[in-house]
Design a protein around this ligand. Structure first.
Ligand code: R5P
Length: 288
C-alpha cells in the first residue's frame, strides 16, 4: 500500500515521525494566502493511487479547516485512492448538547463536514462526554486511540507516591484507567462550569494522602481554570505543589503560564498539539 503524508502547517514534526515509522513518502504541498487572504493550495507530489494522510491537529480549528478541505478535495481530484485525516486533537467535541436556547450542537455539524471530504479519521482521546463513540456523529470510519497507558508509564517512571486527581466526573473514565496502570490511588472531584473562564470545583478530601504527590489528570487543558481551581484547594489542604498532566495542550491565551503561576510544580502534556510542555510521545498510537 503506497502511503504519502502531508503536514498541514505546524504539524511537520509529528508528520516526519509518522513517515519514519510507516516508511511512507513525504508529500510536498504549497499552502499560502492570496493577497486578499483567501487560501491557495497546490499539491506538488504525485498522489494517484496513493493512500494520502493529512496530518492536522485541530486546536484553533477555524483557520485550518479551509486548507484541509481544499487539500483533501484536490488529492481526490488528482486520483488519490483514499484520504485519511490524522487529527491528534479533534476540535468542537465539547459543544455536544444545547446548553442555552439558540445554540447548535456544533460537534455534530463539524463531524458531518469532516465526514463529507475525508474517507477516514484517526484521533487521540476525543472528548466523549455525552456520546459513547465517534460513530454517533461521524459517518466515516474513525479510529481513536487512548493516551492513558503512556500517561501511566510516565507517572510510574517519574513521580514518587502519586495521588491522581480527576477534576470532574467526566475525567473518571481516563483517570481511573491511568491510576490502575500506575498502581496509584485516585479521587474524582465534581465541577460546575458557570462560564468559559469561570468554574468551581469541589474540595478534595485528601487528608489521608498528605505524603503523596498530587497529580491532576485531564484530557483537555484549555483556559486552565479547571486546574487552577483545583490547585487552589490543594494549597489550602496543605498538599505539595501538584503536577498537572493533560492529553491536549490547547492552552487558550496565557493558560500555561497562569497554571504555573497558580502553584503547579510542573505541567506535562502529550504531543497531540505541539507545545513546550510535551513530554509524552503519542506518535506510536496513531498508526497502530
Ligand atoms: C471538560 O469538559 C474537560 O474534560 C476539561 O476539564 C476542560 O476542557 C478544561 O477546560 P479549562 O482548561 O478551560 O478549564
Amino acid at each position: 500500500m503506497k502511503k504519502i503524508f502531508f503536514a498541514l502547517p505546524g504539524n511537520e514534526k509529528l508528520t516526519l515521525q509518522l513517515i519514519q515509522k510507516e516508511k511512507g513518502e513525504q508529500g510536498q504541498v504549497e499552502i499560502r494566502r492570496f493577497p486578499d487572504d483567501e487560501t491557495y493550495i497546490r499539491i506538488l507530489s504525485d498522489v494517484r493511487d496513493y493512500n494520502v494522510f493529512l496530518v492536522c491537529t485541530l486546536h484553533k480549528p477555524d483557520n485550518k479547516i479551509v486548507p484541509l478541505f481544499f487539500l483533501a478535495k484536490t488529492a481526490k481530484e488528482m486520483g488519490a485512492k483514499s484520504v485519511c485525516l490524522i487529527a491528534p486533537y479533534l476540535a468542537y467535541m465539547r459543544q455536544d448538547t444545547i446548553f442555552k436556547l439558540g445554540e447548535g450542537v456544533t460537534s455534530t455539524y463539524f463531524a458531518s463536514f469532516i465526514s463529507s471530504f475525508v474517507n477516514r479519521l484517526i484521533t487521540i482521546d476525543p472528548h466523549l462526554h455525552r456520546r459513547s463513540s465517534l460513530s454517533e456523529i461521524y459517518t466515516i470510519p474513525t479510529k481513536m486511540r487512548h493516551a492513558a497507558a503512556l500517561i501511566s508509564l510516565y507517572i510510574k517512571n517519574n513521580i514518587k507516591k502519586p495521588l491522581l486527581i480527576g477534576p470532574d466526573m467526566e475525567s473518571e473514565q481516563w483517570v481511573s484507567e491511568v491510576a490502575k496502570n500506575a498502581n496509584a490511588p485516585y479521587i474524582i472531584l465534581t465541577k460546575i462550569r458557570h462560564g468559559d473562564r469561570n468554574v468551581t470545583v469541589s474540595i478534595p478530601q485528601v487528608e489521608q494522602y498528605n505524603d503523596h504527590t498530587p497529580v491532576l489528570v485531564d484530557d483537555i487543558i484549555s483556559t486552565g481554570r479547571t486546574l487552577i481551581e483545583t490547585i487552589s484547594h490543594l494549597k489550602i489542604a496543605g498538599m505539595q505543589p501538584p503536577i498537572c498532566i493533560g492529553v491536549h495542550a490547547v492552552f487558550a491565551g496565557n493558560a500555561y503560564q497562569e497554571i504555573l503561576k497558580s502553584g503547579a510544580k510542573e505541567v506535562i502534556t502529550c504531543n497531540t498539539i505541539l507545545h513546550q510542555s510535551n513530554k509524552i510521545d503519542i506518535s506510536d498510537l496513531l498508526m497502530s
